[in-house]
Design a binder for this molecule. Structure first.
Ligand code: C2E
Ligand code: MG
Ligand code: MG
Ligand code: MG
Length: 291
């Protein structure tokens, strides 16, 4: 209490730039404790196949409920954590949560994949593929059910260093996806050199495609480019039915966005799944249908 109110007093006369620094400093120094004490949670957002509406997997998105600041978004704390060695612990935590979920679903007859976001730091760590192989073995999960999302700007920053790690991850059989595609500066030709299976169209284009012909053109050309390179194409930021319909017409493979569901806590996601699970005709497995 006392420490907290004196902190408030200090903060009230610090210039705002320094306050931002102070907050970032606190986030970085408290992150380890936050991970160990359950303040950091993984939420799940479904991805559905188009046009079948079958739920094919989820993206794992991290959330930090901070005792003083309340909910802190990943856009704020992930870059701060990335600047330290703690990003290993973050990725390890999210990957463990993902593999536990995949295993639980498999035991119930559900084949759902989980996508984990990587930091460029993970791709610079030559021990990372071994950690992944070990985790897959421990949880007895088929590699195809684990996806890693990486941003093009991250990989392009230092391709020499990232490529060997990417190749080894790909060799394990996990799915690799380029996230936020279209926002970076990489040449489209470079995409061919990367050992990736999937592109995710950045949500800014998908959100704008209903009103902006330029965004619509970008989305259409990424779908075509992705398919011509043999990649699966995912659209994120699908908020409206009209966007989903346009994506179906373009032949986009997978949709993710608030139209289908917001990211949900583990409990709420399980309830969401249960409400939509049906036994598929002629199959022993269950499947989940939505929209
Ligand atoms: P991302 O990987 O591109 O994730 C998609 C973001 O878009 C998520 O924000 C998600 O909540 C949001 N989103 C999903 N559907 C919609 C929609 O229909 N409309 C709009 N407006 N937004 C939508 P979130 O959860 O705040 O995550 C932000 C970013 O933080 C992620 O972007 C990812 O780069 C990073 N991130 C999240 N979790 C992790 C993690 O575990 N590790 C690392 N390294 N980065 C993470
Ligand atoms: Mg956010
Ligand atoms: Mg992502
Ligand atoms: Mg994205």
């Amino acid at each position: 209490r006392a420490a907290r109110s004196s902190g408030d007093a200090v903060r009230s006369y610090l210039p705002s730039m320094t306050q931002g620094f102070l907050r970032r400093f606190q986030l970085v120094t408290q992150f380890r404790h936050a991970l160990d004490s359950g303040q950091v949670q993984v939420h799940y957002q479904p991805k559905v196949a188009l046009p079948s509406r079958e739920v094919v997997g989820v993206e794992a998105l991290v959330r930090w409920v901070h005792p003083e600041f309340g909910r802190v978004d990943p856009d704020e704390f992930v870059p701060a954590v990335e600047a330290t060695g703690l990003v290993d612990a973050l990725t390890g935590f999210v990957m463990e949560c993902a593999l536990i979920r995949i295993r639980k679903w498999l035991d119930r007859g559900l084949r759902l994949s989980v996508a984990v976001n990587l930091s460029v730091r993970n791709l610079e760590d030559e021990t990372f593929p071994d950690k992944v192989a070990d985790a897959l073995r421990r949880h007895d999960v088929p590699p195809r059910l684990l996806t890693f999302e990486l941003t093009e700007s991250g990989v392009m920053a230092d391709p020499e260093r990232c490529l060997p790690v990417l190749r080894r991850l790909h060799g394990l059989g996990v799915v690799l996806a380029v996230d936020d595609f279209g926002t970076g500066y990489s040449s489209l030709a470079y995409l061919r050199q990367l050992p990736v299976d999937e592109v995710k169209i950045d949500k800014s284009f998908v959100l704008g495609m209903g009103t902006d012909l330029g965004d619509l053109a970008v989305v259409r050309s990424i779908v075509e480019l992705g398919h011509s390179l043999g990649l699966q194409v995912v659209a994120e930021g699908v908020e409206e039915d009209a966007a989903k319909e346009a994506l179906v017409r373009m032949g986009c493979d997978i949709a993710q966005g608030y139209l289908i569901s917001r990211p949900l806590s583990e409990d709420r996601f399980e309830a969401w799944l249960r409400a939509r699970t049906v036994r598929a005709r002629g199959r022993h497995d269950e499947m989940v249908l939505t929209l």
